[in-house]
Design a binder for this molecule. Structure first.
Ligand SMILES: [Zn+2]
Length: 63
């Protein structure tokens, strides 16, 4: 059984391939690298809706 490596497009044997669906460790690492860099991208919309530091919202009437 053979499979096409999604990273480089090489057709490799599946049996005994520890790196499947990739053909080699190199392709596996390349994919992991792209995967991680994608994951570490922090979205911009993070400080939206958070209003923890607003003293006026708590003390309505103290005197
Ligand atoms: Zn490959």
């Amino acid at each position: 059984m053979t499979a096409k490596c999604p990273m480089c497009g090489n057709v490799e044997q599946w049996e005994g391939n520890a790196f499947r669906p990739f053909c080699s460790k190199r392709c596996q690492l390349l994919d992991l690298d792209g995967w991680l860099s994608e994951r570490y991208r922090i979205p911009d919309a993070e400080e939206d809706g958070l209003d923890e530091t607003n003293p006026e919202a708590r003390a309505s009437s103290s005197d």
